[in-house]
Each structure stands twice: as C-alpha cells, then as structure tokens.
Design a protein around this ligand. Structure first.
Ligand SMILES: Cc1cc2nc3c(=O)[nH]c(=O)nc-3n(C[C@H](O)[C@H](O)[C@H](O)COP(=O)(O)O)c2cc1C
Length: 226
C-alpha cells in the first residue's frame, strides 16, 4: 500500500517531458523486445567474439570498454580521488604468489573449497557482493548474476534498488543464500515493506552498508556526466 502511494507520488512529480516520453517508451519497448532476437546477435557479434577470444580478465575488461558507453564503463571501472586506492588495491594482488607444490599427493580435484557462510553451504569461501545498476551494464542484470552464482554454487548479495525483482532473482537462484544489501531509509514504513517482501521472496540475510552516507568524489563520473 505504502509502495503504491509512493509510486503515485513519484508519478505526480514527473516533468512534462517524462510524461510524454514514458508512454512512447512503452510503445517502443515491446517492438524492440520482438526484434531483439534477430537484430541483437548481429549488433553484438564483434563483442561476443572479443569475449570468446579473451584469455584473461584484462581482455574481458577491454571487451567491456569497447561495447559500453563511456559513462557506463567509467561507473564500473573507476573509483574516487585520482583512483589511487583502486590502483593500490590492484597492485596489492601483485604481491600475492601462489606456491607451487608438486608431488605431495594432492591432485587438482582433491582440493575442496566448500564451506559455510552465515550457516549456508557454499562451494567456495566467498560470495558475490552487491553492485548497483547491473542492468546498465548488461540487459540481464541481476538475473545473470544470480545464474552465475547458481552455476558456481555461491551465495550473492543484491543491491536494495535492484532493477530486477526479488522474486526474479530468487527464481534464478532458488536454493542459494541471498543477502539483501541495505541502505537504511528514513521512511520506516516503506523500508519495512521492502524487508518483508525480500523475506517473502526467499532472501536469507541482510548486508548493512555503513559507509555511504555521502557520495564519493568519483572524478571519472564527473567527467563523463554519469
Ligand atoms: C560498479 C560497482 C558498484 C557497486 N555497487 C555497490 C552497491 O550498490 N552496494 C554495495 O554495498 N557495494 C557496492 N559495490 C562494492 C562491491 O560490492 C565490493 O564491496 C567492492 O567492489 C570491493 O570488492 P572487490 O575488491 O572485489 O571489487 C560496488 C562496486 C562496484 C565496482
């Protein structure tokens, strides 16, 4: 009920342009969806080729950069304040060396990384963290993430303002552990409604974000106008 009222409030606050463009989008969208299976593979061919030919994460990054709008790629790829912390984080991985031990009687397939996170079984000792705006990055958005988590036996966290519904994500990964990542809203009634809905739709835990009380100075986003 509260959600409906909020939706009406937002609708009434729309500009004239939004009121005109909204119905147009509603007409164009079903046509685009019908044509998508024919046109999309043609438009997407070179990017698919780059993905097939990628031999490492860097190649995938280049493939993403080539297909994305600068705003979108910048959002995914950048960080705040000269991006120093991001560079340091990446460099830190260069200090990690895996010690190659041979002839000790443990084969590749003997290694078992299964464990429990928050009481739930997981095939590897981590879960996929939340990332806002996944449909900006790929049309399948959070559903693709849920599919990947399912395929690899991992749990996942979902951004509170997800572009896919809780139910869609649950249906894509019904058995998996799913956390809802929270920003605590001032509107407690709406907030509780969101929590109840998440619980109803199979979410098993909450991830509280504490460090987002202001927006970071993401300079690349300022340059691209994101
Ligand atoms: C594009 C992008 C969007 C993100 N969105 C969120 C978010 O909505 N909520 C959140 O709690 N963390 C968000 N994060 C942070 C990630 O969940 C993660 O904690 C962070 O990237 C550190 O993990 P990493 O070193 O594996 O990238 C985002 C990160 C990126 C790169």
């Amino acid at each position: 009920m509260e959600m409906e009222l909020t939706a009406t409030r937002i609708m009434n606050a729309k500009s004239t342009w939004e009121r005109v463009a909204g119905p147009l989008v509603d007409i164009v969208r079903p046509i685009a969806i019908t044509l998508k299976p024919v046109i999309f593979p043609i438009l997407d061919a070179s990017s698919q080729r780059r993905i097939q030919e990628a031999v490492n994460i860097d190649d995938l990054r280049t493939a993403a950069e080539r297909i994305s709008h600068a705003m979108v790629f910048g959002y995914l790829d950048s960080s705040a304040h000269d991006e120093r912390a991001l560079r340091r984080s990446c460099e830190a991985y260069c200090d990690v060396e895996l010690r190659h031990a041979v002839l000790h009687g443990v084969g590749n397939y003997d290694i078992d990384l299964r464990t429990k996170i928050l009481g739930t079984d997981t095939k590897m000792p981590y879960f996929l963290t939340s990332c806002a705006g996944q449909r900006v990055l790929h049309g399948d958005g959070e559903i693709a993430t849920a599919n990947a988590a399912k395929n690899h036996g991992l749990g996942m966290a979902l951004f509170q303002l997800t572009a896919s519904t809780f139910l869609e994500v649950h249906e894509a990964h019904p058995e998996g552990s799913k956390a809802l990542q929270l920003y605590v809203w001032r509107d407690k009634v709406l907030f509780k409604e969101v929590l109840d809905r998440a619980k109803e739709d199979g979410f098993t835990s909450l991830v509280l974000t504490a460090d987002f009380s202001w927006v970071g100075n993401r300079e690349r986003d300022t340059r691209t106008g994101f």
